[in-house]
Design a protein around this ligand. Structure first.
Ligand SMILES: Nc1nc2c(ncn2[C@@H]2O[C@H](COP(=O)(O)OP(=O)(O)OP(=O)(O)O)[C@@H](O)[C@H]2O)c(=O)[nH]1
Length: 282
């Protein structure tokens, strides 16, 4: 297994940038991938967010197993972390607004009592690469762009984008690196495309994917690749070799691995979630 690495220098810089911007906002939307919510979190972010209200936004819910997503939402809520699942490609403004209204209830009531009802809630999105930050931002903003402080000679002010009636979104989402010292976490991130392809051995990740579907949804695997019951009994390595032949790649199991990874990422084997909440937390 190739060792998948993360880079402490990048991580430290990303955290510093996020920390700087944190002071500008009322609330943070922490985006994680609904197919691997814990593995796609940055563990250091939790500490950073201790003093800031935040909402966990599980993105790509359309690709994840809906039952497991419901369990994750219950899990986070039970830990006192407000959570909502979205398909970032389709906005979901009202679901997020509703959650913000609940989380910031006291603050908004106070503002209202002081007659400050025009003021928008300042929001920042944070998440690991590829989690869907730009997609969500674009849909929430819906071309309602407000650009300020962009004149030469003026210190470039932070730009805010209006989203719906409630939010002002920081124009640049915070990017954090996932932390994957754990090889299992690395494989999940690689399978879903959250980390660079060059960081892993394709066959390892394809084998991991095959094992996941064998365990959780063998029917989807069997149907997608038209496998016989006997072939379904093969070890993962033998199954990969069999699929390589079946796909017409002869001995080139790297190409077959690539195809399998692509199929899984494109949900061609159906919706899936790679991790379930740990017992006791629900
Ligand atoms: N099906 C589905 N695809 C999504 C969703 N959100 C994002 N995507 C896709 O995921 C990919 C990455 O989305 P981006 O919005 O670029 O992610 P990002 O977090 O801004 O990525 P970086 O710029 O690398 O930090 C794109 O191909 C999106 O179309 C979602 O909720 N559902």
């Amino acid at each position: 297994m190739t060792v998948i690495q993360w880079f402490p220098g990048h991580m430290a810089k990303a955290l510093r940038l996020v920390k700087e911007k944190l002071n500008l906002v009322d609330i943070v939307l922490e985006l994680v991938d609904a197919r691997l919510p814990e593995s796609s979190r940055n563990p250091q972010l939790e500490q950073l967010l201790e003093t800031k209200p935040h909402i966990m936004v599980l993105t790509k819910k359309d690709m994840a197993d809906p039952n497991v997503t419901a369990r994750w939402l219950r899990y986070y809520e039970s830990k006192g972390i407000p959570a909502v699942a979205v398909d970032s490609q389709h906005g979901q403004l009202s679901a997020i607004e509703k959650k913000i209204n609940v989380v910031l209830k006291d603050k908004l009531a106070l503002r209202e009592s002081k007659g400050i009802i025009q003021q928008r809630v300042k929001v920042m999105c944070i998440g690991i690469p590829n989690v869907g930050k730009s997609t969500l931002l674009n849909h929430l903003v819906n071309k309602n762009v407000a650009i300020t402080g962009n004149r030469p000679g003026v210190t470039k002010a932070q730009q805010w984008l209006k989203a719906g009636k409630l939010m002002s979104l920081l124009d640049t989402p915070g990017i954090l690196w996932p932390k994957f010292e754990d090889q299992e976490i690395g494989k999940r991130l690689a399978l879903t495309g959250a980390i660079k392809d060059s960081l892993y051995a394709k066959d390892d990740i394809a084998l991991y994917g095959l094992e996941h579907f064998k365990q959780t949804n063998p029917k989807a695997l069997q149907e997608k690749y038209k496998l016989t019951d006997e072939q379904m009994q093969l070890s993962n390595v033998d199954l990969l070799l069999e699929l390589t032949k079946k796909m017409g790649f002869k001995e080139d199991y790297d190409r077959a691995s690539e195809r399998i990874i692509f199929d899984i990422r494109q949900s061609k084997l159906g919706r899936y979630t790679l991790e379930i909440p740990q017992l006791g937390g629900e």
